[in-house]
Every structure is written in structure tokens, then in C-alpha cells.
Ligand binder design. Structure first.
Ligand code: 5AD
Length: 347
């Protein structure tokens, strides 16, 4: 077994065995990373050309009933200054986002009981009415099957729910005992059945994560076949139980992005904010490794300061025309082009 032969196999069959993934992950070197990134970029260009899709991320609430040990929005964090956007504020964000060229709005928030099915469905219908050419992505955590169904029928197109880790024992170390791995997996299946384009994902370098865990993540993704996959390095947040754990690695994140691209050539793969937070050009590295999506935050800056999932969170100022222009230039400088498009998965 060699990394070169595995890259060839992955490019051809789009799948590997546990042993083969493990070999790839344990032979991470800058040379092998370059080979993988080159192959991934080629595959991505065959399908998406040099296009990068951008999504307007609106962080609608930082109230959360969950207590994930890694997340700054966890309910036990009393230092988190809570806010929730009004419907008018959210619609205003969509309006200015639309003017700037965004054609997907990602409504993301903690698990906040204020956003009932009635409130969300109303909001989704209004956004769809105003912008029928736009896609709506939801990222609101775990809800009932009935709720997901209603949100879908109201017009939501996509749903992001990271699986966080495909190893149940690891999941249990990252979450309190009332947050269950089996529920998370069941919800991911439900979302797919309902008809959403679904995104799963995980943190790279989360506390206690082993190479075997990452192999399980890759095998899970290979089997689940998501439409999107969000991966980014773990970054400690000072008010959480994981404050003293080290951040995940940018290089390993990029290595995994390349593997994911080869595994699923048409996957919508974001270069995440967490990558851009750890290093100034982190997201550019992600794009060069196979990512094809960027999700700039278009929430009001005052709220953004409070949405502290992890410390030092990067912001592009992409809610302003100047900030967005700057981002477009940065992406153009590495040979890609941000395009105004819903950015659906190409089949
Ligand atoms: N570092 C990096 N990513 C994090 N997330 C939550 N906390 C952190 C952190 N400290 C990710 C999780 C979650 C999403 C909202 O953000 O994967 O699903």
C-alpha cells in the first residue's frame, strides 16, 4: 500500500476500507498532502470549474438548550451574552444579502425554543416569497421529525446537522448524557428521508479524538452520502470545560478536505470559518485542498460578537459591499471565482 496508489483508488472507486483510510491518515506529510490536494483540486474543477459558492450566514439566536462541552453557546455558559434576532431583523439581513448577490441564506442558531415550527415556517415562507430564486439552509440542531417535515414543506431546502463524531463512545465524551449519539444519527436519516439536502460534519482535533475516530467519520460519510459536509478544526472556548485543550490542526483539516473531495467529487464542501480563524489564509488553503463553498457571516456585527462558539472567531465584514469585494479578491488571487448562484450540488 502506498499513498499514491490509495489516491488513485479513491479517485476511481470513491471509497476505501478502514485500513486504507487509516494508512492515508497515518502517512500525512507535506508531500502527500500536496499530492492529495492536487488530485482533489483536479476533481473539483472537473465538476465545479473554478467556481466557489457563497452562502449568507445569519446567526438568528445564541440561546441554546444543549450543553455540548466544546461549545461557547452551551447553556451552562453564563458568560455568554444571549440575543435572538427578530423576524424583521432577519428579513432585513436577507434583503441586504440579496442585494449583495447572496442566493442562499443559512439560518443558524442554537436550539432556542422561541423558534417554534410556527415561527420558523412563517419566516421561511416570507423569505421564499421575497426571493423565490434563493435556497434556504437551516442549521437549528435537533427537532422532531414532524418539525423537520413542516420546515421542509414551508420551503426550506437544506439542513446542516453535524454528526460531530461517528464513534458513540467519543460522542459521549463530547456531550452530556442526555444528548444521545443514536438520536443524532436517527435525525440525520430522517432529514434525508424527508428530502432535504443534508450536511453532516465533524470537528478536527476535538478533545479525545483518535485516528481511529477519524477513520470512522470517513466510513460514516462514505455510507451516509451527505450533500454537504462541514469540517473545521476544534478551537477552544475559554468558558467551556474544554478551554485548555489544544486547537485542531489546519494541515489535518485540509488533508481531510482533500480526502472528502476524492471520496465524493460533487460534495458541497465549505472552507469553514474555523479554518479562517486559526490562520489568516486558512480558508484559502481549504479551497486549494478541495473545498468549494464559503459561508460569510451577514448577521448584524453587534450580534456576531456574541455568537462565540469558539474564541477569536473570524469575520469577513461580508455584510458590506467592501468586505465582500475584498473576499472576492482574495478568492480570485488563488485562482477561483465567487459566483452569484444558489449553489446546488451538481449531479
Ligand atoms: N471549535 C470548533 N468548532 C466548534 N463547534 C462548536 N464548538 C466548536 C469549537 N469550540 C462546531 C460544532 C457544531 C457547530 C455549530 O460548530 O461542530 O456542530
Amino acid at each position: 500500500m502506498t499513498v499514491v496508489s490509495l489516491i488513485e483508488k479513491l479517485s476511481k472507486d470513491h471509497k476505501l476500507s478502514a485500513q486504507e483510510f487509516e494508512f492515508l491518515l497515518t502517512h500525512q506529510s507535506s508531500e502527500n498532502a500536496m499530492l492529495l490536494a492536487k488530485a482533489a483540486d483536479q476533481v473539483r474543477r472537473e465538476i465545479y470549474g473554478n467556481q466557489v459558492y457563497f452562502r449568507g450566514l445569519i446567526e438568528i439566536s445564541n440561546f441554546c438548550k444543549c450543553d455540548c462541552l466544546y461549545c461557547g453557546l452551551r447553556r451552562s455558559n453564563h458568560n455568554c451574552d444571549r440575543y435572538r434576532m427578530s423576524e424583521a431583523e432577519i428579513l432585513q439581513c436577507c434583503e441586504s444579502g440579496y442585494q449583495l448577490g447572496f442566493r442562499t441564506f443559512v439560518l443558524q442558531g442554537g436550539e432556542d425554543a422561541f423558534f417554534t415550527d410556527a415561527v420558523m415556517c412563517d419566516l421561511i415562507r416570507k423569505i421564499k416569497h421575497n426571493y423565490p430564486d434563493c435556497a434556504i439552509t437551516l442549521s437549528l440542531g435537533e427537532r422532531s421529525k414532524e418539525s423537520y417535515q413542516m420546515l421542509f414543506e414551508a420551503g426550506a431546502d437544506r439542513y446542516l446537522l453535524r454528526h460531530e463524531t461517528a464513534n458513540p463512545a467519543h460522542y459521549a465524551r463530547l456531550h452530556p448524557s442526555n444528548q444521545l449519539f443514536d438520536n443524532r444519527m436517527a435525525y440525520l436519516n430522517t432529514l434525508k428521508q424527508i428530502g432535504f439536502a443534508v450536511g453532516c460534519g465533524f470537528m478536527v482535533g476535538s478533545p479525545y479524538q483518535t485516528t481511529a475516530d477519524l477513520v470512522r467519520d470517513l466510513l460514516f460519510i462514505q455510507e451516509y452520502q451527505p450533500d454537504m459536509c462541514g469540517i473545521g478544526p476544534f478551537i477552544p472556548q475559554k468558558d467551556t470545560p474544554f478551554a485548555d485543550f489544544p486547537a485542531g490542526s489546519i494541515d489535518l483539516t485540509c488533508y481531510l478536505l482533500s480526502i472528502l473531495r476524492l471520496m465524493m467529487p460533487n460534495l458541497l464542501l465549505p472552507a469553514t470559518t474555523a479554518l479562517g480563524t486559526l490562520r489568516q489564509n486558512g480558508r484559502e488553503l481549504g479551497l486549494c485542498s478541495g473545498a468549494n463553498v464559503i459561508m460569510p457571516n451577514i448577521s448584524p456585527p453587534a450580534n456576531r460578537k456574541k455568537y462565540i462558539i469558539y474564541d477569536g472567531k473570524h469575520s469577513d465584514r461580508a455584510e458590506t459591499a467592501e468586505g465582500l469585494e475584498e473576499l472576492k479578491k482574495r478568492v480570485a488571487a488563488i485562482g477561483y471565482q465567487i459566483v452569484t448562484d444558489r449553489g446546488d450540488k451538481k449531479i
